[in-house]
Design a protein around this ligand. Sequence first.
Ligand code: ATR
Length: 274
Amino acid sequence: MVDKYAVIGNPVAHSKSPLIHEAFARQTHQNMTYERILAPLDGFAATIQDLITKGYKGVNVTVPFKFEAFKVAKGSTVRALEAGAANTLIFNADGVIADNTDGVGLVNDITKNLHQPLTGKRILLLGAGGAAEGVLGPLLESGPDLLVIANRTLDKALAMKNKVELEQGHLITTVSACTFSELQDQEFDVLINATSAGLTDAALPIPDSVFASDCLAYDMMYGRETPFMAQARANGARVADGLGMLVEQAAEAFYLWRGIRTETLPVIEMVRAL
Ligand code: ATR
């Protein structure tokens, strides 16, 4: 029997996950299918139950169901627990297990594909919503010297900082939280835009001085040049979008399901060429 997987979202028609997983399956000779499933906004749990009944082995979860996905699971990995959200569910004999591969996907893209070390570096994480929360744990595990969470709403950045300090106990990284206007006299080696401001082409009010020489500016969005990317480019930064992260988070999910590591660079090139 063919093993069945899917990505669940609402909307989901735009998702590139089927293309990516089909490419991984061809590359590693896995007999599996991967489809898009549109779940009703109030019907996520019922959709999961239906898929389990039909013998699916696991799913990826996208907007807006990542928090609900974490809640429907019987067990979860530390990564999902820290993020309070899941992008990957594994269906096995014990029930539904939740994981979150977004953070490791980001870290792998930055360190392996873009060859930018994070250990000992100064990181600026822009945003304090679900996307930022999903990557904070793995960023800290990579051992930066400093990680500043900057957000339009200060309270959300402070809550993220307090939560991670509570969860992780003694951190080797100095973590701080601030608003964009407080970034005046600081510069960073790696700047990550995890806000959704780029969706509306809104610029972030960050000073040009945040871009250290030789820095990497990473936007977790893909498919368009955001104002953040344009500002970074104008300040001499190396700039990357989130396409590599998308493929890397998928590779980690594929590994959880199939136990096989995949070659990601050819798949990143394939998706970029579409
Ligand atoms: P996501 O799941 O994409 O993270 P979210 O949880 O709604 O979505 O979070 C969106 C993030 O983008 C937040 O950090 C938000 O800032 P606030 O916490 O102040 O709302 C940020 N954001 C969205 N639009 C923005 C804009 N125009 N300027 C600055 N920050 C913005």
